[in-house]
Each structure stands twice: as structure tokens, then as C-alpha cells.
Design a protein around this ligand. Sequence first.
Ligand SMILES: Cc1ncc(COP(=O)(O)O)c(C=O)c1O
Length: 427
Amino acid sequence: MTNDLLARRHATLGPHSPLFYRAPLEMVRGEGVWLTDAQGRRYLDAYNNVPHVGHSHPRVVAAVAEQMATLNIHTRYLNERVVRYAEKLLALFDPGLDRLFLTNSGSEANELAIRIARQHTGHRGVIVSDFSYHGNTITLAEVTTGLDAAEALAPHARAIRIPDLDATDAPDEQTLLRSALAELDAAIASLDEAGFGVAVLLIDTLFTTEGVVRPPRDFVRLAAERVRRAGGLVIADEVQPGFGRIGTYWWGYQQWGFTPDFVTMGKSMGNGHPVAGVVTTQALLEEFGSHNMFFNTFAGNPVSAAAAEAVLDVIHDEGLRERAAENGAFIRERLEAITASYEALGPVRGAGLFFGFEIFADAARSTPDPATTKDLVEDMRERGVLLSRIGRHDSVFKIRPPLALERAHAERLLATIEESIAVRFGS
Ligand SMILES: Cc1ncc(COP(=O)(O)O)c(C=O)c1O
């Protein structure tokens, strides 16, 4: 059945859209942190960040069903639920970040933030981190370096390397910081010289696609200061780190001690329902809104608001952000013990309930080992646990479960990682 479905998918959707695993899985049901395939096998989901509060959470399902059965319409009528959601969401931000544009995807959110920034600054340049991904529109494809995109890096784009304290050859923190800021200064100067100027710095605040990179503490704050001095604005892409994923804070940017001009979000916002958005300042919204008739047919419809509101309510009522911090610390400690036992495993990366560690081919940790990383991901699947890999060399083991993960699930996840690694590397 699954093979037949694969052939039909290829015959209709084509063979290029990515599927996980050498033998792709056909999922038929999700509940909490569990996914069930067409053969009835259950898998512990330690990968998916879209079902943030758990697959098919009953409160999200009920809110969407009830709203769908009552009213769903485009955004040109007043609707209490949409405004109430905006109020609840904006209450989670630092003062000044108090206006919301709703969109349908993270790509659309980043596209809109860049458009607003360009109109405000009169500049065109975009600075991104090297090996990043922020979406699939033309503007974003032209700044994408972390996934295959046929578009070349645009003349108005510069990709800077995020300094990584966990890299095997990392110098001391101050040296690393100085050289990274010098690279940023050079990017700003080159955009100025080319006549583009800097419109935005666009960063994922957990540097996830990059391989969950750990920059020096002050890097993000100082980079934002430099970009602003050059007349640019800053977009914090919270599509992956946001909504409590990092545990200690609601938003990834907060861990770096700065406030961005835009926060873009998506994925987990509707627990699988396509809802996304841009949070910004009143001044930027006013300026953009008064010069553009910005209309979005679907974004901000009552059903999307119902999904997104239920997600926020569940995070609050079930203490999921706090749980991400507690379970995150628990998992991290155990992962650190596991990785410390094997010379080929790099340090544990990440924050809250998002972890990575790099797998190398040598004890000196100089040669990343994507093939072994892939084998381990496949082996974990055989053992009933879903996770993945990421980073510049696809050699960082990536663990990112729904926030609904409980301690017993964490124990199972860790025991399975321990077994899989022991078999591969010898215990
Ligand atoms: C950091 C980041 N930003 C933006 C996006 C784009 O979001 P979407 O796929 O909803 O357009 C993604 C998607 O993977 C992402 O990981």
C-alpha cells in the first residue's frame, strides 16, 4: 500500500518534494507525541515542531471545528475572536512590539517584513546568516544559502558566517566575536558601496538551519546595533524558536538581550493549521499601512484565529513553556553524558526543547560524518523514535519534539539514543 502511494505521489506531485527516510513512512494518525503509521506501528515523535502542543490536541481540534461550523470568512468583517487573539499574542512581547500582521506562512511573514523594512529605510540590502533558510518566495530564494535554490545570491544580499563557540576550531570568545563583527562591518560597507544600503538583518534567533549554532553572548545584540547604525532594521525569525520552544523565554531573541523591529512566526502558531504573522511596532505598521492597501484573503480568518488562540491557551494552561525548560534541562544533562562518552560526538547544542550534536568521522572532530548521521536517524526510526539531522554538512543530529513531551517520553527518547549510539560506536 505504502509503495503504491509513493508511486502515485511521484506520478502526481513529482519526485522532488522531500520525504524522510529511505523507506518513507505513511502516517495515518497523531496523538500527543505519538504518530501511527499505516501498518499500525507507533512512533515517538522527537522531530516535529508544528504540532507544538501535541498532535491533534483536543482543545485545538474542538476550537477549529466549532469555529468552522459557526463562521469562516475572509478578513473584511469585524471578528471578536481575531482581535482577542491579537491582544493575547501581543501581550507576550516586549513593550513597543505591539502590532500584528497575520499571514498564512512563515515565508509570507518574512517577505512582508522585508517589504516594510525596504519602504521604511529606502534601502534594498538584506544581510542573512550563511547557510540559513527563511522561506520560498522569490525574495527569500535569492537570500537562501541553507537549502538548494537555483537562484543565485542576489546582488543586494550578503551572507555572513555566524560565529560558533561549539566549533572544533573555535578560538576564544572575544576573538571569535571580533572577527564576526568585522565580517558584518565588511558586508555593510559592501552593500553601501554597491548603492543598496542595508534594509534588514534577517536572522533565525536559534540559528537552526545553520546547525543550531552558538554565537558569543553579545554577538546578536552588537550585530543589531551595527545594522541600525547603518540605517537598517532587524527581523527576528521565530518560526522555529518561538512560542516557548526555548523554555526560558517565549521568543528566541529575548535570550540575546535585544529587541528586534520585526518578529516573524509560523509553524507552531496554529499547531498545524496554516497561520503565521509579523509582530512589529505601531510606527512601522502605520507607515506601511498608510501607503499600501495590504489585504490578505485568508490570513486572520476566524478559524485560523481559533487554532492559534487554542495553542496559546494550551501553552498557558498546561505550563508547556515551563515544561520545555524543565524537560529540556533534564534531556540536555543526559545527552551531555552520552556525547562525553564518545570522541566522535560533538558538544550538545540548542536551547529548551531543541537539541543537536554533531557526529564526526574522527576522534579529532575535524571531519563531519553525514553518512553515519543519516544511518543513526534511520536506526532511530527502526527503534520507534523519529528525529532528523541538520547543518552545513547534514551531520548534526536534530532533536526537536513537540512541547507536549513528558518525562517518561524523554526517558524513552534518551534510552533509544543511547542504544543506537552504543551499537554504532561500541559502548
Ligand atoms: C526559520 C524558518 N523561517 C521561515 C520558514 C518558512 O516557513 P513556511 O514554510 O511556513 O513558509 C521556515 C520553514 O522551514 C523556517 O525554518
